[in-house]
Design a protein around this ligand. Sequence first.
Ligand code: 2RA
Length: 349
Amino acid sequence: RLPTLAVVGATGAVGTVMLELLSSRKNVWGEIRLIASARSAGRKLSVRGEQVEVVALTPEAFDGVDVAMFDVPDEVSAEWAPIAVSKGAIAVDNSGAFRMDKDVPLVVPEVNPEHVRNRPRGIIANANCTTLAMILSLAPLHREYGLRELMVSSYQAASGAGQIGVDTLHDQLSKVAGDRSAGTRTGDVRRVVGDDLGPFPAPLALNVVPWAGSLRDGGWSSEELKIRNESRKILGLPDLKVSATCVRVPVVTGHSASLHAIFGSEVDADRAREVLEAAPGVVVSDNPAEDEFPTPADAVGTDPTWVGRIRRSLDDPRALDFFVVGDNLRKGAALNTAQIAELIAAEWR
Ligand code: 2RA
């Protein structure tokens, strides 16, 4: 028998990508049940070439479910993943609700697939999209050189804030498009886009916004702490020094980050390039003489983490500077969740 899969949050931005992935990846599932809020119940969505009716999120919706993926806000996962587990399912959660729970593994299949089996709560967590944009590149470099310290600035796309983020960016772009003076004087952009900034604390069109997530102690954002905490947990480096600054940029989908990684031994840019070329899930695009480097416009809709601009630091022979881009809705969310669920599905064989 093939396992039954539930997709909770099937109608959201990540859920939509999940249904595309489930329709194009090797089919390891029996029934695929689509679950969403009562508001979306009754809608029909296409998965594996069939129209499947969305059912409302209730305890009974998990009857007979073996694996339940959650692509929903933290508070919904916090409440419902344990309910799915009590109904006999294994939960794979894409929210932040369980990531730092010591009894919940935080799994990136290319890095720590073995952790999937150690799940005392019956829940497995998927990392945040910004962490996932860089972790496939850091893990092999850590194995080669021993990672000691990480400085990272992110360039995060609007879709990280959900469909409302994408809609807000498009609305703002259409407003500024006809106004050539927008952005030439202070306050211009705010005036043209109006007061409704959607999920962002400042206009995103024609701008960059050095903020993502919610305020935490010391002026850090939740998003910056996620990079630190999750990288430590996934790499098994509880004392890794991490400084992150998370920035929102007017990109629809594709999170980027510039990294300054300091290692325990001297690095070599050509050797690092070889290590990254051999790493699963990583594609190196690094030939600036030919204008080759990763950009979100090229990476969107693709599965790998793209890495470029690989340089040894001029001032520290143990430090490497590089730039990464990953599709935040695919590897950053739906794809990594699907890969984790597939590792579990393999237990049925
Ligand atoms: C963001 N990382 O980009 C978040 C989404 N989980 O806002």
